[in-house]
Design a protein around this ligand. Structure first.
Ligand SMILES: C[S@@+](CC[C@H](N)C(=O)[O-])C[C@H]1O[C@@H](n2cnc3c(N)ncnc32)[C@H](O)[C@@H]1O
Length: 214
């Protein structure tokens, strides 16, 4: 499901600071060489992540789901001088490509790229994080939220991508719901009802849930 008229999207992109050569290259190579290129954050969302990070003056960021590094580079570009991004992914087949992009970004020394299952790695990480971007396997979004909430500083932000799940969260009465959709529905409800955060669901791209820790 497209959420916005393609002409309006093109207008928004035309009035957003342009993607630079590296982000264009990551998009091109992801489309040419990697499975499921739709997973990449892309121009609008990438710029949003960079600007949120700058607005927060973030020093410590955790990303769950590196993929080809597009969103990671956007987040790292927003970091305060000397800040650090920790980014996790289970897929080691992309490692050489991703490390190459991080080197090209000039920010590799601020990016701690770790391979493995995020549910095993997160408990070993020290907070506090200013910002956490959840963008890995949707089935475990609720687990990621619970694993990171105590590691986020008060006033810190948790962002979760794809929470509109291509519109599948709109369920008709009696309709059968697949497991991932059910997990996204549960996650959106969990965050919305959690007294530890205030939240907004932004209809950007496939939906971004923003929760601010109180
Ligand atoms: C939607 S993509 C991330 C897109 C990336 N954030 C971007 O915007 O360019 C999801 C990524 O999560 C990773 N992933 C899935 N399950 C994971 C797990 N249990 N632990 C760590 N990473 C996982 C996948 O390998 C995939 O690269």
């Amino acid at each position: 499901m497209e959420f916005i008229d393609p002409a309006l999207l093109a207008y928004c992109e035309a009035h957003t600071s342009p993607e630079d050569a590296l982000l264009k290259k990551i998009t091109r190579e992801t489309q040419a060489k990697v499975l499921m290129p739709r997973m990449i954050s892309g121009h609008l969302q990438g710029k949003m992540l960079e600007l949120f990070t700058k607005m927060m003056n973030a020093e410590s960021i955790l990303e769950i789901g590196t993929y080809t590094g597009y969103s990671g580079i956007c987040l790292a570009r927003g970091l305060k001088h000397g800040g650090k991004l920790t980014t996790l992914d289970i897929n080691d087949e992309l490692e050489a490509m991703v490390r190459g992009f991080f080197e090209e970004s000039g920010l590799a020394n601020q990016i701690d790229y770790r391979l493995g299952n995020a549910r095993d790695i997160i408990p070993t990480l020290d907070g506090p994080f200013d910002l956490v971007f959840i963008d890995a396997d949707k089935f475990y979004y609720g687990d990621y939220f619970e694993l990171v909430i105590d590691k986020v500083r008060p006033g810190g932000i948790i962002l979760a991508d794809n929470v509109l799940w291509s519109g599948k969260i709109l369920v008709e009465e009696g309709q059968k719901i697949d497991k991932d959709t059910q997990k996204i529905l549960d996650f959106n409800k969990l965050v919305h009802q959690d007294p530890r955060v205030e939240n907004i669901l932004l209809p950007i791209r496939d939906g971004v849930l923003m929760a601010r820790k109180l």
